[in-house]
Write a protein that binds this ligand. Structure first.
Ligand code: 218
Length: 186
């Protein structure tokens, strides 16, 4: 890869992190179960540019929460898990970028869709696994009376992860079926 296409990819990673951050400002209409809309541009970028830039973009997205004061702080290890690690691992969708790109090029739309669903599922599952862990370690005191911290965290973070996967899957479906060239690089 030439230096200039490397920097183009990096610039895209930063731009899509910024876009993800803008979408993070959509109000939490369903408390902690509200889907994370920023996951849409993040998974898109990861499928377009691959694992490395996906992880970089996720890391920048996480950092932007600190810059813009949008962090729910309970302790240092909690914010490291929930804002640095959890946002960065969304870039794992990029693990599937090569397979996805080949399928798109071969016009295998159904296969490309299936790969995109798998990639977004893995990204959401790993991210919300970290929120689940932080949930029972740090957020247990918010559980309704008599509910265990682990069960409380599951009932919050599993629906949140599924909701996030759902909106990402819907948007990827539209993009892949109607604007597949957006995923192509140069
Ligand atoms: C049970 C529970 N409640 C709240 C949180 C915190 N949490 C959940 C999901 C996403 C994020 C990142 C900001 O959107 C945070 C801080 C939790 N982990 N568990």
């Amino acid at each position: 890869m030439s230096t200039s296409s490397n920097s183009r990819a990096l610039i895209e990673a930063a731009l899509f992190a910024a876009l993800a951050m803008v979408l993070s400002f959509i109000p939490d209409f369903a408390s902690w179960v509200t889907p994370s809309f920023g996951a849409i541009p993040l998974v898109f970028l990861s499928l377009r540019r691959g694992l490395k830039y996906g992880l970089v973009s996720g890391f920048i997205w996480g950092l932007l929460h600190f810059v813009l004061g949008k962090v729910y702080y309970l302790s240092l290890s909690q914010v490291v898990i929930e804002y640095l690690i959890a946002f960065t691992v969304m870039g794992l969708a990029g693990l599937f970028a090569n397979r996805f790109q080949k399928q798109l090029k071969a016009q295998q739309r159904a296969k490309a869709l299936a790969t995109a669903y798998l990639a977004s599922f893995v990204a959401c599952a790993v991210r919300y696994f970290f929120h689940f862990v932080a949930g029972f370690l740090f957020w247990g005191s918010y559980a309704p009376k008599g509910m265990s911290a682990v069960w409380y965290s599951l009932t919050v973070n599993v629906p949140a992860g599924l909701a996030t996967w759902g909106i990402v899957a819907i948007c990827l479906t539209v993009l892949i079926l109607s604007y597949p060239r957006l995923f192509e690089v140069d």
